[in-house]
Design a protein around this ligand. Structure first.
Ligand code: FAD
Length: 430
């Protein structure tokens, strides 16, 4: 088949490679001037082993299931750590206890067999109930990731059209017509939408989808730091489960010890939760360096120092970056990729980057028409993520419940109220 993959992030690039291997002719389209300029270029940070999702068994299982496959397929992109610490905080930023019990947290950490308990009495950490060191690596970002995929896609024979903003897709006489924003049209047998569930979406997705799901769009920030004592001993430090901080390396180039780290927080770095991409984009575009430094940075740093006082001496703030991320609103914080077909287009709703394998497997199963399920005009793979996890995906938090998908941090930190935005979800071609 002649297939267009729209969106050249982790999902699009990996799917394009798998489709070529399966014998298809693939064109990868992206609106940006280069590949991996969306969320994937800045944020696919850890190759998750699961404990970041202690309340979502489906997410942990799908991460673990493909962990080795990811490392074997992309060894050049996976960087081993000296330590990757998952800690159970005593109280979160709001004074609440962790959302999981100590036993449950220990149990999910031990799902990784190499997991080792950290002796807190001889550590530099504070305010923790327990901590576990896992063999959880980082995945490279930025230019190093882009140049790897440029070469790998070219060698595989995937044609890349960057600067190509798809405005609409029309299904006509067994062909998918892809309209570019300059009015030109290309014809394909099939289109895969890997736009991070941000563009060209089914017209009435939440109304017609066979399960009662809700999508939120969140402007997410990462605060960037330079390590004043860079060493080959790469580490990450993640406190769980609630409004707690995370510190992770950001490896964007080859060579010397990684000196760049990213600080995020369970609430302070997620600016808001919106029903449309346009509203989330608008908040991100309006954010100022002054606001981030005075509010977000101040709170997130104070929280990190509460658990690791040495942070402020060792790390130097260099700025911030942000991206809009689509999430399914679930009580358990489910974060696996979800794949389905509707009206001749296959969609990948993003999860963790390791889930590119689950998604591509399901895309191939849908193309081959192998044991799929059809409901309300949506088709998905039997025993795929949607089939297995739809019960968890439909359990939503209550209004106002402490859940990342209810966050309105920007407003709560005193940001100016947003102007109202159109409610339609359209391709944005600027
Ligand atoms: C703060 C933060 C931390 C994270 N940490 C981790 C982590 O540690 N580990 C992990 O596994 N995951 C992590 N994630 C999630 C992970 O980064 C994403 O799930 C993943 O990168 C999504 O990839 P994608 O290919 O689906 O989307 P994207 O990378 O966003 O790619 C979509 C592409 O579609 C293009 N596009 C959109 N509309 C159009 C159009 N109309 N025409 C043409 N092109 C279009 C965009 O330009 C973009 O390049 C994190 C996310 C955030 C926000």
């Amino acid at each position: 088949m002649k297939i267009a993959v729209v969106g050249a992030g982790w999902n699009g690039a990996h799917c394009a490679l798998e489709l070529v291997t399966a014998g298809h002719q693939v064109v990868l389209l992206d609106k940006h001037p280069d590949i991996f300029q969306g969320v994937s270029g800045d944020f696919g940070i850890r190759l998750h082993k699961g404990p970041h999702y202690p309340r979502s068994r489906n997410t942990r299982e799908s991460c673990l299931e493909v962990f080795d496959r990811f490392r074997e397929t992309y060894p050049e992109l996976v960087v081993t750590h000296d330590s990757a610490i998952y800690a159970q905080g005593t109280r979160d930023a709001l004074g609440n206890r962790s959302k999981v019990s100590n036993d449950a947290f220990a149990h999910v950490c031990h799902e990784s067999p190499e997991c080792r308990e950290v002796d807190l009495s001889s550590s530099a950490f504070a305010g923790l109930e327990s901590a576990f060191d896992l063999d959880e690596p980082s995945v490279v970002l930025g230019d190093r990731l882009r140049s790897y995929f440029r070469e790998r896609l070219a060698v595989a024979g995937v044609q890349i059209h960057s600067g190509f903003c798809v405005e609409k897709i029309v299904r006509k006489a067994n062909q998918s017509l892809v309209y570019r924003d300059d009015g030109s049209v290309l014809a394909f047998d099939l289109v895969i939408n890997t736009t991070g569930f941000q563009s060209l979406l089914p017209a009435h997705f939440e109304r017609d989808f066979p399960f009662d799901v809700e999508v939120v769009y969140q402007p997410c920030l990462a605060l960037c730091y330079q390590d004043r004592q860079p060493s080959e001993k790469l580490f990450s430090f993640i406190v769980m489960d609630g409004w707690f901080p995370c510190l992770m390396p950001a490896i964007t180039s080859q060579g010397s010890f990684p000196a760049n780290y990213i600080l995020t927080h369970g609430s302070y770095t997620i600016m808001g939760s919106f029903p449309t991409v346009a509203q989330a984009d608008s908040l991100l575009e309006g954010l100022t360096d002054e606001f981030v430094a005075a509010k977000v940075k101040a709170f997130a740093e104070a929280e990190m120092c509460r658990f690791w006082p040495e942070f402020s001496r060792r790390f130097h703030y260099t700025g911030w970056k942000g991206s809009v991320m689509a999430k399914l609103k679930t009580r358990s914080e489910f974060r696996s990729a979800v794949t389905f077909e509707n009206e001749g287009v296959i969609y990948v709703f993003p999860g963790k980057i390791s889930n590119v394998f689950n998604a591509a497997d399901e895309v191939l199963a849908l193309i081959a028409n192998r044991s799929s399920i059809e409901k309300n005009g949506f088709r998905y793979a039997a025993q795929g993520v949607l089939d297995i996890a739809h019960c968890e995906m439909t359990q939503k938090p209550e209004f106002g419940e402490q859940n990342t998908c209810n966050l309105q941090t920007y407003t709560q930190l005193g940001g100016r109220k947003q102007a109202s935005q159109p409610q339609t979800v359209e391709a944005t071609c600027h």
